[in-house]
Design a protein. Structure first.
Length: 78
């Protein structure tokens, strides 16, 4: 009795798979400063725009990260 295997018609290269995973990780890390700012409840829209427009440069990404880590404004209640 013979066995029949079904395989995809076009196989992707291993390099393509590795590049796809790396790009997915970098994409998630690209907007990380904005996510940090949103979670910390600092003014995050400025961080969003700096990160979106200048994050492709390393310096722009670092500036966005520093903006997201700045001190929060606290309000004394009561």
């Amino acid at each position: 009795m013979s066995t029949v295997r079904v395989e995809p018609r076009d196989k992707s290269w291993t390099l393509t798979k590795v590049v796809a995973v790396v790009v997915a990780i970098l994409t998630a890390g690209y907007m990380a400063p904005w996510a940090v700012a949103a979670v910390r409840d600092v003014k995050h829209w400025g961080v969003f725009w700096v990160n979106l427009l200048l994050g492709w440069t390393i310096i722009g990404w670092i500036i966005a990260l520093v903006m997201s880590l700045r001190a929060q404004r606290l309000v004394v209640v009561g």
